[in-house]
Design a protein around this ligand. Sequence first.
Ligand code: FPP
Length: 247
Amino acid sequence: MWESDADLLARVDKSKLPRHVAIIMDGNGRWANGRGLLRNAGHTAGVKTLKKILQTAVNLKLEALTVYAFSTENWKRPHTEVEFLMHLFSDYLEREKREMHENNVRIKFLGRTEDFSPALQKLMRDSAELMKNNTGVKFNVAADYGGQDEIVRVARKLARQAAAGELSPEDISAQIFADELDTAGQPPVDLLIRTSGEMRLSNFLLWQTAYAEFWFTDTPWPEFTPEQFVDALIDFGNRSRRFGALN
Ligand code: FPP
């Protein structure tokens, strides 16, 4: 750990940390364009930021970190950008999986996988398998993920069970539903961070953010720092969360 990291961690009151932080890593393209670079250069820079933020989460012993890497709507981007993101994703997993494993990170993928190339699907499966018994940060990478798509998948599964007589519709509860989500067994999102000045949820973790606190910054994702990440966590610790009740 760098000394500056130790200083950073010392700023945090561990008892007030969120259990689950989700991040919409937005602004890669605009950051690159603003520098006269191609959008893909922004995504490459974004991966470097992700590495630093995951390391900070590991140092802080966060319980869960979820990042939005590729949405179900991102297929609508130009083919060359989609191809580049796929390449970056597989390159990232190939390069980082060993270090993640050494850091006791447990990676999991949220979303659909069937439209990814067989090689990428295998890499995702192998990475998850390698880390499945790890007990550190639960690192969820949302890839070909959409919150509505996830909810529809669960609804279909439960409807099939009901039609087969295995489940009574009256028995379907919020808990039974949550147990079928891609995040089953993980705490709901406490804090949602979005970079680059946009203030939308963009079909991310619709169910899991029901009571999340939101934290926005104008900083584009490639320039987002561990210091800002810690600022967001400290800010979260000062929020009054009532979950619909009174204080
Ligand atoms: C949003 O920026 C970012 C994405 C759609 C992809 C996020 C991907 C990364 C940070 C790198 C790849 C991730 C992994 C896990 C390897 P944008 O392109 O929407 O930026 P803009 O709003 O400025 O156009």
